[in-house]
Design a protein around this ligand. Structure first.
Ligand code: GLA
Length: 399
């Protein structure tokens, strides 16, 4: 038997912030204006539907990215991260598309996108500490963007009220798609900025509207377990982009603005088989069945039908694995092992091609599930996965 693996701690936000402020003083030899935090996320369901104008249902993690920030009198910008070897330095006015590469692009891109929105961003020094594991498909990049957005608004003297918070979703998306070069769909930034503790966020990507859905499996002695496979997933690489392009190609061939139109008028389903080749048919089948699963999942959560929800999770995984083809052997192994050890259901979460899976597990089965997953990884000779528990946390804030 593989020894039990400790869960990855989120840390107490005030303590993490206080530690980061201290580090900021040592690194930059002055006080920061403040410390800002934005959470990572898991998506309960609604995968690869955001860029098809569908609905998705993420929850914010207690694991966040923290940013301590101070303005400068010149036009230099400095970004240092406790998780990276080297600090990065640039200049205001040179932070746009094609001008910054690698991880600093997520922070610099936000400064660029804010300035493009008319915010008077000064030169700045940032220090970053991420409790969201990097490359785990838990949206560490969106968490960084959203924390930086709050920090830079504060440095510019702009108060972030509710309407601005909603606009910042678009600002962070521009940073990610145009500067960092990851053509993602907005799910991650929306939940990181708008999440409410104890709730999942039902996001309708057709019009950006949101509804808070109480998410409290703990009251039924259930846990949402997150398993980071350790297989690095990169949204700037080809797979994600290809799937998005396939969906756009299918929508064009079907004569719809987005695949959401096919969900809303099911009569169109007949067209799908007539017009599309088998590969595109499978892609569209995933998107449309996933859109239906989101509706089912919301009803199951509201009715506290946890067994039903578990089955919906697993059906989503099968669809992502077989029709959308974005899973990988490690994610499939987690889902299989979790089911074998008595989880109510499990699925990959996020973009896929690695990253993390979630499992809905009775508290008393948590140990059995983590052990069975760890054993399966050991049997395959894979590096041990990391585990964390997802309780629904609040969105980005100043600490
Ligand atoms: C990534 C992207 C999101 C979304 C998911 C898949 O997390 O950042 O916009 O497309 O993949 O649901």
């Amino acid at each position: 038997m593989t020894p039990p693996v400790p869960f990855l701690a989120a840390g107490d936000p005030s303590a993490v912030a206080a530690g980061l402020v201290e580090r900021f003083r040592t690194s930059y030899r002055r006080d920061p204006l403040g410390c800002f935090m934005a959470p990572g996320r898991v998506n309960l369901i609604g995968e690869h539907v955001d860029y098809n104008a569908g609905r998705c249902l993420p929850v914010a993690l207690p694991h966040g990215t923290y940013v301590a920030a101070a303005a400068r009198a010149d036009d230099t910008v400095t970004v240092t991260s406790l998780q990276q070897d080297r600090p990065w330095q640039g200049r205001l006015g040179r932070l746009g598309p094609g001008q910054v590469t690698g991880w600093p692009a997520y922070a610099a891109g936000v400064a660029w996108a804010l300035a493009a929105d008319g915010v008077d961003v000064p030169g700045f020094d940032l220090l970053v500490d991420s409790r969201v594991p990097l490359g785990a498909g838990l949206s560490s990049s969106a968490a960084l963007e959203c924390a930086v957005a709050l920090a830079l608004c504060a440095l510019a003297g702009v108060e972030v009220d509710e309407p601005l918070r909603r606009r910042l979703v678009g600002t962070c998306m521009r940073a990610e798609t145009e500067v960092a070069g990851a053509p993602t769909g907005g799910l991650d930034q929306t939940v990181s900025l708008l999440a409410r503790q104890g709730h999942a966020l039902l996001l309708d990507c057709l019009d950006g509207s949101t509804r808070q859905v109480p998410w409290d499996p703990e009251t039924a002695a259930l846990s949402l377990l997150v398993v980071d496979t350790g297989v690095s997933h990169r949204l700037t690489e080809g797979g994600y982009r290809d799937r998005r392009a396939e969906c756009e190609e299918a929508a064009r061939a079907l004569g719809v603005r987005s695949l959401r139109e096919c969900h809303d008028s099911p009569g169109r389903l007949e067209d799908v088989k007539r017009v599309l080749d088998r590969r595109l048919c499978r892609r569209v089948r995933h998107v449309l069945t996933e859109m239906a699963r989101v509706d089912a999942a919301v009803a199951q959560i509201e009715q506290r039908d946890w067994a039903g929800l578990g089955a919906t999770f697993t059906a989503s995984h099968v669809s992502l694995r077989d029709d959308f083809e974005v899973s990988c052997p490690e994610l499939d192994a987690v889902v299989e092992a979790a089911a074998e050890a008595g989880a109510l259901g499990a699925r990959m979460t996020g973009g896929g091609f690695g990253g993390s899976a979630i499992a809905l597990v009775a508290r008393e089965r948590l140990g059995a599930v983590t052990e069975t997953v760890a054993d399966a990884f050991a049997r395959h000779g894979w590096r041990q996965p990391a585990f964390l528990e997802a309780t629904a946390a609040a969105g980005a804030r100043r600490l």
